[in-house]
Design a protein around this ligand. Structure first.
Ligand SMILES: Cc1cc2nc3c(=O)[nH]c(=O)nc-3n(C[C@H](O)[C@H](O)[C@H](O)COP(=O)(O)O)c2cc1C
Length: 198
């Protein structure tokens, strides 16, 4: 699949225009709120306004969530380093797979699948939804649930540090698995929208 370089585009515009792979930017590994202020600001938010997320912010978010911070290990731990969790990114125009090693979003499907999230008490206007998927060939669903908790907290702390909103979502509709074209060995564990606050 052809890869596009979109450094100068805002993500929303880019995803609207390009049903193709997207090269992410190198993550910025400095900045943000001080640690204790970040922890103090961590909370769930469910009301978002529609606003595109810059590609740099998305690149930082995905790296914090579950990127590689050493040659073969990640920002979130897993039992025996099995690395069974994969992230997908859903926005209003489509779904992408986060290839953390290559720092690329691989295009999966075009369309607005956010209806599959259910739960009308949560706004669907978050810029992105991170879908945490377990590879059950690598680890049990029970282990994957624990691993997802670490990724989820990384996302919570990133959002708190950046003044963004997020909420862990353990409940979603079965159609979501179809939308992201899951294989038999894959199971969705958690979904986490990240967006701009009302
Ligand atoms: C595993 C897990 C699943 C959750 N699922 C949902 C959900 O489906 N819908 C929702 O509105 N909140 C969900 N939440 C958010 C919790 O309701 C929230 O964390 C809790 O009320 C405490 O609020 P706080 O995060 O602001 O401290 C979930 C949280 C966790 C940890």
């Amino acid at each position: 699949m052809k890869k596009v370089f979109l450094s100068f585009f805002l993500l929303g515009l880019a995803l609207t225009m390009q049903a193709q792979d997207i090269s992410l930017l190198p993550p910025e590994k400095t900045g943000g709120k001080p640690f204790f202020e970040t922890v103090n600001a961590r909370q769930s938010e469910r009301a978002f306004i529609k606003r595109d997320m810059p590609l740099q912010t998305l690149s930082n978010l995905l790296w914090v969530a579950n990127g590689f911070n050493r040659s073969d290990k990640r920002t979130a731990p897993t039992g025996s380093n099995k690395q069974e969790m994969e992230l997908y990114v859903m926005c209003d125009t489509g779904i992408y797979y986060y290839d953390a090693k290559q720092n690329v979003l691989n295009f999966i499907a075009q369309g607005d699948f956010r209806i599959a999230l259910g739960q009308p008490h949560i706004s669907n206007e978050a810029a992105v939804n991170i879908i945490m998927v377990a590879d059950t060939d690598k680890a049990s669903v029970e282990s994957a649930r624990i691993s997802s908790g670490y990724i989820s907290q990384n996302i919570y702390l990133f959002a708190a540090s950046e003044g963004l909103g997020t909420v862990a979502r353990g409940s979603f509709r079965a159609e979501l698995s179809k939308a992201i074209q899951l294989k038999n060995n894959q199971t969705i564990i958690l979904v986490q929208p990240v967006g701009y606050l009302k």
